[in-house]
Design a protein around this ligand. Structure first.
Ligand code: UD1
Length: 417
């Protein structure tokens, strides 16, 4: 298993390009299941999660063609096996995103339940309830969600909580349903909007994406298109934190601060100078940051996917910060690893209190999930001496060429196979 060796203490400096968003690419690639015509995507990040999705789609009969650079064409004209087996779903929860499109296009689907993951139980009951309200017969049998329906019917849907992939699954399903579907309490994340834009380019009739009420008027069929995946706001935020914590000065291209208001606000509160350009962000950090308290919540509030990185930042900031996690019940796994580096963190339920220390010290730590791993990298970049991060396959799921990008910014990072 690969490890990452980081020698801390170098301020990051220079410029790197941000990749396409993992969390936009996953649902948008699944949207290709909704049409018999080929769909071409650009700015597709090269990540293990994306490779897993391609394998899953290929075994369903979808032709996957990698073009030059970041371009991929998916052709689902030969879709003949609406099945997502456990072996594939267990490594990536987002595989559940095939459920809505498969039921809508094939009238049936058999998708393994994702099961638990490191950050909590993460059920899919809202996805199932929504499809049932649209007339599908959905049962959970032998660990699989089995759904069938001649054609989905438009319905008024209300989700109990704001769910990102739940909103995306139901929005995709509704595109081919008979009549109008209204999703209330919909997720407002920019990735939901990017998916809606792609679906509209494929011929779907959707309004309200980006608000908490999305209306979809079902059509008979969708067609092919070309769609560019939006930039990864979490990758952007992660490099902004890495620059901030090392007292660096960095320019990130191919991205925009417009999806990152809550994160940029906190970085400015911490004492950083953040400048937005049309398709780039520049950050200049002070020698020592101020600590910043935060509370995670659905977009446009502070994203749970940036919580771990800000915990790392607070570990070396001046003062004390309170971090409250309201989305996932078990998302402080990184705290014990950060403590191994000398951080002062106390956890009480869904709240962490972090007292900034003068310096962290390099040690061996273990990555537990994707964003937790990113927080360990950030801490390693500022810790004295060498930090070894084990199990970095988590990072490879969601950060494209992380070690290369950090090295380009002057960090001392080595991957050991
Ligand atoms: C997505 C993101 C993930 C991010 C999360 C929250 C993707 C591929 N992943 O995950 O990176 O951390 O949004 O911003 O886009 N819930 C239920 N029942 C359901 C669905 C959700 O109880 O049917 C709960 C979850 O357990 C969680 C909360 O709702 O507590 C929000 O989860 P959700 O928005 O669905 O997260 P994901 O879409 O899985």
């Amino acid at each position: 298993m690969d490890k990452l060796l980081i020698a801390g203490g170098r301020p990051l400096a220079g410029e790197i390009a941000i990749s396409g968003a993992k969390n936009a690419a996953l649902p948008i690639l699944c949207a290709a299941l909704l049409t018999r015509e080929p769909v071409t995507f650009t700015n597709v990040p090269r990540l293990n999660d994306i490779a897993t999705l391609f394998k899953l789609l290929a075994q369903m009969g979808v032709k996957v063609e990698r073009g030059a650079g970041d371009e991929v064409t998916l052709d689902a004209s030969g879709l003949d096996n609406p099945l997502a087996p456990y072996e594939m779903v267990k490594t990536m929860r987002a595989s559940i995103l095939v459920l809505g499109p498969l039921v809508a296009r094939c009238g049936e689907a058999r998708v393994s339940l994702p099961g638990g993951c490191a950050i909590g139980a993460r059920p899919v009951d809202q996805h199932i309830r929504g499809l049932q309200a649209m007339g599908a017969d959905v049962r959970v049998e032998h660990g699989y969600v089995q759904a069938s329906v001649p054609r989905l019917k438009g319905a008024r849907l209300f989700t109990d909580m704001v769910t990102v992939t739940g909103t995306e699954n139901l929005m995709m399903a509704a595109c081919l349903a008979d009549g109008e579907t209204v999703i209330e309490n919909a997720a407002r994340e920019p990735e939901v909007v990017d998916l809606a834009n792609c679906l509209v380019a494929m011929g779907a009739q959707i309004s309200g994406a980006g608000s908490d009420v999305i209306r979809i008027r079902g059509v008979e069929r969708l067609h092919g298109t070309t769609h560019r995946i939006m930039p990864d706001r979490i990758e952007t935020g992660t490099y902004l934190c890495a620059a901030a914590v090392t007292g660096g000065e960095v320019r990130l291209t191919g991205t925009s601060s417009c999806y990152l208001d809550a994160v940029v606000d906190k970085l400015m509160d911490a004492g950083c100078d953040v400048t937005s350009e049309r398709e780039a962000i520049r950050i200049k950090a002070p020698a020592r940051l101020n600590s910043v308290s935060l509370r995670t919540a659905p977009y446009p509030a502070f994203p749970t996917d940036m919580q771990a990185q800000f915990m790392a930042l607070n570990c070396v900031a001046q003062g004390a910060a309170m971090i409250r996690e309201t989305i996932f019940e078990n998302r402080f796994m990184h705290a014990v690893e950060l403590q191994r580096l000398g951080a002062d963190i106390r956890i009480d339920g869904n709240t962490a209190v972090v007292h900034g220390v003068e310096r962290l010290q390099g040690a061996t730590v273990m990555a537990t999930d994707l964003r937790a791993s990113a927080s360990l990298v950030i801490a390693g970049l500022v810790a004295e001496g060498e930090t070894t991060i084990e199990r970095i396959y988590h990072l490879d799921r969601g950060y494209e060429r992380l070690d290369d990008k950090l090295a380009a910014l002057g960090a001392s990072v080595r991957r050991l196979s």
